[in-house]
Design a protein around this ligand. Structure first.
Ligand code: ADP
Ligand code: MG
Length: 335
């Protein structure tokens, strides 16, 4: 650790905000405080699922971002990656670069972070702290039964394509913040939390094991993220764009704005997954069990050279080419 230039020393900072008593965490023999953490009793018939996501001030969040929500979000985006593989969270490490160690920031940040960690029984077991421009990097560790992880490469022709909850609100909130469009106070109150405090769909991911073929979390935009599945599975897709689920707030906007936010918006952290149609009844069942809306938005089709993703309107007609292109260009590698 590089010395942080202020009253609160590195040791104090870690002790005070990040180190907590380990109480019976199954895999963590030694947590924060030594040169390494020690893990034990790793599940024999499991694969480790490990993912890192880094959030940089100015790039992923604004300098004045609420520290409690930021703590939540930086773990949420990592848990969302575990969810997209169907993995169960175990623990995480936290690498922090801080311009200064301010209690007013560290306290709410650690609270937001550890509240979400507790909710998912995901233990903070190590990290690093240094002085520098505000950067938060988390590596999350999870476990998934061997060979069962939901890989992007396993979508099959004929699969239905599903999306959890709603997409587009995070983009709607961002656009209001950037003054691309206006929202009234009530609308802002409804959509802003979707941008600042995403809910990782951890339980859904695990419920889909052995039922879904492929999954991805929607971080960059539905079409762009779906295209990762399509490319890696070497298939194409047909999407009924007006069936893509959105909030009442977004539904009250123009068709054009709704489509833009749902298809191209990022930061929703919902799951998009594919499953054979024989699993539809099971999917409806977990939807009611988890009280989480799951919506069928299209189908996986055979690979073809003309249209990677075919966008269909409410009448089942393909969108005019010009319009479709506008949505599809949201991911540059497939203009
Ligand atoms: P070292 O000098 O070996 O790198 P550090 O002083 O960086 O050790 O860290 C001391 C202990 O505190 C280690 O166990 C490390 O994992 C933990 N730690 C450091 N920073 C953080 C952090 N931001 N969050 C959680 N644990 C941390
Ligand atoms: Mg260190």
């Amino acid at each position: 650790m590089t010395a942080l230039n202020n009253a609160l020393g590195e040791f104090d900072l870690i002790q005070r905000f990040f180190k907590r008593k380990l109480t019976g965490q199954p895999f963590i023999a030694l947590g924060i405080g030594d040169d390494c953490a020690l893990l034990e009793n790793l599940p024999e018939s499991s694969n480790w699922a490990i993912s890192t996501d880094m959030l940089v001030e100015g790039r992923h969040f604004l300098p004045n971002a609420d520290p409690y929500l930021l703590g939540h979000k930086c773990l949420a985006v990592n848990l969302s990656d575990l969810a997209a593989m169907g993995a169960k969270p175990i623990g995480f490490t936290l690498a922090l670069a801080l311009p200064h160690a301010k209690v007013e920031w560290l306290e709410p940040f650690s609270k937001g972070l550890l509240a979400l960690a507790d909710e998912h029984q995901c233990t903070l077991f190590g990290g690093d702290t240094t002085a520098g421009p505000l950067t938060i990097s988390i590596t999350v560790f999870g476990a998934v039964p061997k060979g069962q992880a939901l890989k992007r490469s396993q979508a099959k022709v004929g699969d239905d394509i599903w999306v959890s909850h709603n997409v587009g609100d995070a983009r709607l909130a961002l656009g209001a913040l950037r003054q691309e469009w206006a929202l009234d106070t009530q609308e802002l109150a409804l959509v802003t939390p979707r941008m600042h405090a995403p809910t990782p769909r951890v339980a859904l991911g695990q419920s889909l094991l052995n039922h879904a073929h492929a999954a991805v979390d929607v971080s960059d935009g539905l079409l762009g993220d779906l295209s990762h599945i399509l490319r890696q599975s070497q298939v194409c897709a047909e999407i009924m764009i007006d069936q893509v689920p959105s909030s009442e707030t977004l539904q009250s906007k123009s068709t054009e704005l709704r489509r833009l936010c749902t298809l191209m918006g990022g930061d929703d952290y919902e799951l998009c997954f594919t499953a054979p149609s024989s699993e539809a009844a099971y999917i409806h069942q977990i939807s009611s069990q988890l009280q989480l809306k799951l919506t069928k938005i299209g189908k996986i089709t055979p690979s073809n050279s003309t249209s990677f993703i075919r966008l269909m309107d409410q009448d089942g007609e393909p969108l005019p080419e010009k319009l479709a292109e506008q949505y599809l260009k949201s991911f540059d590698h497939f203009k």
